[in-house]
Write a protein that binds this ligand. Structure first.
Ligand code: AHG
Length: 333
């Protein structure tokens, strides 16, 4: 494959295919630059004084790690001055962050989970950053939370950076999914995956099985059938992987197929799952669908859900199409 940089890819998309307007190109470059900085901080670990708890809680009542706070700050500072954004929302901030008056206001809204997989930070396991881009509503003057409450189908770009053995940036602007590896010596993103595609079928699934006793019947039935292996109704063996960083689990699925599930369960009947619709489920659903996969909340397509809260949670079934369709069908019968 011809090795091209992120900048060249974006310029060519803009010039040749007209799929990326100039402001969106700038936005993606700025997010990519911020992720480079986060990758650097992550890589320093204890040497950079970035490990451990920040001694604060986020809006979900979760203890924030220092790296959650640092990554949030890096993304805010990188994005506020470029003139491409109207406002920012983050999983780590209760309220939206309108672009300060001293900077010009752009036409996009940026949402992110600055550091996904927080429980893996201190144990040197892969983590990531997830981002989603929406267009600000026509004629919007002073952005409010309401302006962000658009279904995932309205996203104009989404993706993630994964901080693993290699740092990669994977994203879509609605024209397939491309992956870039960070060349650490040169400091540039180089395309290493073109038009990523998820096989429709898989023999691998991903779920936190320690919650099995709380699962509702459709999930229990589906997983029991997978576990029954060759002699069960599915007639084949399934393998299981659970990294506990959505970015890492979905990157594996994007690379070789699989299904990832974080269902609602009986522990908290009022809560529709753990993951956040706007910061995790929607952007990942956009990427996975663009790669030929599917994403539902067990009943309906994730990207069709009309959000009513910025920090709304949702059940997630995402990955290889035929498996997502099967578990969704179990919920709907
Ligand atoms: P966080 O927002 O705290 O980083 O949560 C991580 C998410 C997701 O990345 C992962 O798949 C899931 O939580 C893991 O949950 P369990 O700890 O329940 O396994």
């Amino acid at each position: 494959m011809k090795r091209i940089s992120l900048t060249q890819h974006l310029v060519e998309e803009q010039r040749l295919h007209n799929t990326i307007p100039a402001e969106l190109r700038l936005l993606i470059e700025v997010v990519a630059r911020a992720c480079k900085t986060i990758s650097h901080a992550v890589g320093k670990g204890e040497l950079g004084d970035v490990m451990g708890s920040a001694g604060s809680e986020n809006v979900q009542g979760e203890v924030q790690k220092k790296l959650d706070v640092i990554s949030n700050e890096i993304l805010l500072l990188a994005n506020e001055w470029g003139g491409h954004l109207a406002a920012i929302a983050s999983e780590e901030m209760e309220a939206i962050y309108p672009i300060p008056n001293r900077y010009p206001m752009g036409e996009y809204l940026l949402l992110f989970d600055p550091l996904d997989g927080s429980s893996n930070i201190d144990v040197n396991v892969t983590i990531g950053t997830i981002f989603s881009v929406l267009k600000a509503p026509e004629g919007m003057k002073n952005p409010t939370e309401k302006d962000f409450l658009q279904p995932g189908s309205k996203q104009v770009a989404a993706g993630y950076a994964i901080y693993g053995p290699q740092t990669m940036l994977v994203f879509t602007t609605g024209n397939g999914v491309q992956g870039f590896t960070l060349d650490r010596e040169m400091g540039s993103w180089i395309m290493t995956e073109r038009d990523m595609h998820i096989p429709d079928d898989t023999s691998e699934f991903s779920i936190n099985a320690s919650n099995a006793r709380h699962w509702y019947p459709p999930v229990k039935r589906y997983v029991d059938e997978l576990l029954a292996g060759q002699t069960g109704p599915r007639g084949k063996d399934f393998n299981m992987r659970w990294i506990a960083s959505m970015v890492a689990d979905l990157h594996r699925i994007l690379t070789r197929g699989g299904i990832f599930m974080y269902p609602a369960d009986a522990r908290e009947p009022d809560k529709p799952g753990k993951l956040r619709l706007m910061y995790e489920a929607n952007p990942m659903a956009f990427v996975i669908e663009q790669a030929g996969g599917a994403a539902t909340d067990g009943k309906q397509r994730i990207m069709d859900i009309q959000p009513d809260k910025l920090h709304q949670r949702v059940a997630v079934f995402i990955g290889s199409k035929n498996e997502v369709e099967r578990v969704t069908q179990y919920h709907n019968t």
